[in-house]
Ligand binder design. Structure first.
Ligand SMILES: *Cc1c(COP(=O)(O)O)cnc(C)c1O
Length: 243
């Protein structure tokens, strides 16, 4: 199977998931997660029309993104999807078009300052930890519906981020836990969609994007309202080392 064949398969499954949930395929964007894979693989995907790519480490992106952009005929959109360290903010802003993994108020504040300094409006997504896994980054949201001790600080933080200059909060992102059966991720994705709706209603925000779903669970994420899916292995194959 070539990268192009793999993308074809992913697009078919995206279309099936959209049909199944009466959604428009145009409302779901595929982000090809190219971490650990070479520029040539990015270009192969770009050749069959993939425009959005995800990377999770600034160091790796530093060599890959400029090279891919220089060689690609189309214009590529790069999404930072991994934990961003403060000291890498400047480098990240020079490489990435969007930061889809803003996982704390402190990071949002620093990105805001950096964006204002550069005179740009940076599109971001806020990473939300709905599953409660301690290994995961993100705004803590486990039990937000029923537990005021979670809900109040969470909504407070969302309100503060939304008010920061230089940033446009486009929506929310989450990572589901690794499970045996992809159906088990459905409640996590549904919870993120519900949180988005509640944040829009109670804070008066517009949060059009939901980034959720990876190789093992993107059809479920689409059924639960994902507007961005982040797919690595199903496109580029297994990674030699996982990061
Ligand atoms: C690696 C990664 C993905 C893609 O995972 P696959 O299982 O290869 O599809 C998606 N999102 C994030 C944040 C990642 O780090």
């Amino acid at each position: 199977m070539t990268i192009s064949d793999n993308i074809q398969r992913v697009r078919e499954r995206m279309a099936a998931a959209c049909a199944h949930s009466q959604r428009n395929l145009n409302d779901v964007t595929l982000i090809a997660v190219s971490k650990t894979h070479p520029v040539e693989s990015v270009l192969e995907a770009a050749e069959v029309g993939v425009q959005h790519f995800g990377e999770n480490r600034v160091e790796e992106a530093e060599s890959k993104i400029p090279a891919a952009n220089a060689k690609s005929t189309g214009s590529l959109q790069w999404h930072m999807i991994g934990h961003l360290q403060s000291r890498k903010i400047k480098d990240a802003l020079a490489l990435f078009n969007k930061i889809d993994s803003v996982d704390s108020l402190r990071l949002a504040e620093k990105l805001s300052r950096a964006a204002v300094e550069r005179g740009l409006t940076l599109e971001i997504l806020l990473e939300i930890n709905v599953s409660g896994e301690e290994s995961k980054y993100g705004f803590q949201a486990t039990g937000w519906r029923t537990n005021p001790a979670v809900r109040e600080p969470l909504f407070d933080a969302l309100r503060q981020v939304a008010g920061l200059p230089g940033l446009q909060v486009r929506g929310l992102m989450t990572m589901a836990p690794i499970v045996d059966d992809m159906e088990q991720t459905r409640p996590i994705f549904a919870d993120l969609a519900a949180l988005r709706a509640e944040a829009e209603a109670s804070l008066g925000l517009r949060l059009p994007d939901l980034s959720m779903g990876m190789t093992d669970d993107y059809p479920i994420a689409i059924e639960e309202g994902a507007t961005l899916i982040r797919v690595g292995r199903a496109i580029f194959g297994e990674r030699a080392h996982d990061i």
